[in-house]
Design a protein around this ligand. Structure first.
Ligand code: SF4
Ligand code: SF4
Length: 286
């Protein structure tokens, strides 16, 4: 365990009720290896390359050319207008920062008595496994923090060796399954789904699969036939899995998603009922 271990953080939320059970402190790490059409945090995908396009366009002069590869941010001047994120040509942000495990423990400690746990999300959290391992280990070893459960929210691309590294200090992982069908997954994420399917099976075997998240995007993966085939595959793993049916939301997405409509309640209920009919009893629509 190394409290000086550095991670690349996009942002954190001191309280969240939607990133796992109970009231959670959530870290969103910067950088992702998928390029999902439906991504609603696209500015977490890439690392800033220091092109400095955003510096001159900041209306509050909160950005300056720094000595590092990324603009320096004056957080007192920044008004959170997000213009720098909108103009970034590579889906990045100048507002991310490098933090240590110790920095994050200092942020978590004041509200820890009111928290149920910590969730590390992204971007893709598992691209920074040593940071997560050392953060979770520090929490588990601290008498004031060890009541907090430790969860990872992931696209499922990590190799078994990464899950093995996290397993001793992680209470579970929430895995997004965008599509069981290989071509659909490639179209939705620009990546193959073999590692995602393998992660779901591997984590279930370790008893660390907290839930499988199924994002429904009309026109891409919303047919009852798709749900039925996915249910058949998930049943080969564990019928007691928790499944979350999540309707696509346009909020925050890029123009590439402009043609996708938000699913209505009837569609999501039909899909949820398909999983229930296949034997899953723990199916939630969110
Ligand atoms: S955040 Fe984007 S626009 Fe700003 S310097 Fe980095 S790459 Fe360029
Ligand atoms: S969000 Fe970005 S563009 Fe807006 S004030 Fe802050 S640094 Fe400037």
């Amino acid at each position: 365990m190394n409290v000086d271990r550095r991670g690349h953080l996009n942002k954190y939320l001191p309280f969240s009720l939607v990133d796992g059970p109970g009231n959670r402190f959530v870290l969103f790490l910067q950088g992702c290896n998928f390029d999902c059409v439906v991504c609603h945090n696209p500015y977490t995908i890439d690392e800033c390359n220091g092109c400095n396009i955003c510096v001159d366009l900041c209306p509050d002069s909160a950005l300056t050319l720094g000595t590092s590869t990324k603009p320096d941010v004056n957080h007192f001047a920044c008004t959170d207008c997000d213009i720098c994120i909108e103009v970034c040509p590579i889906d990045s942000t100048p507002l991310s920062s490098y933090v240590t495990v110790g920095d994050m423990l200092d942020k978590i400690r004041p509200t820890a008595p009111f928290l149920s746990g910590i969730t590390v999300s992204g971007g893709e959290a598992t691209l920074q496994p040593e940071f997560i391992r050392d953060l979770f280990a520090a929490i588990k070893n601290d008498p004031d923090l060890n009541h907090l459960t430790t969860l990872v929210d992931s696209n499922g691309s990590a190799a078994p060796a990464v899950w093995d590294m996290l397993a001793p200090v992680m209470d579970g992982a929430m895995i997004d399954l965008k599509a069981l069908d290989a071509d659909t997954h490639l179209r939705m994420t620009a990546q193959a789904n073999g590692s995602v399917l393998a992660s779901i099976r591997y984590l279930a075997g370790l008893d660390l699969l907290h839930e499988v998240r199924l994002l429904i995007a009309p026109g891409l993966n919303d047919s009852i036939e798709t749900a039925s085939k996915t249910a058949d595959w998930l049943r080969t793993i564990d019928e007691s899995l928790t499944l979350k049916i999540i309707g696509f939301r346009k909020n925050g997405t890029r123009p590439v998603a402009s043609h996708i409509v938000e699913p209505d309640a009837e569609m999501l209920t039909g899909i949820a009922n398909t999983y229930r009919a296949a034997g899953f009893s723990d199916v939630l629509i969110i």
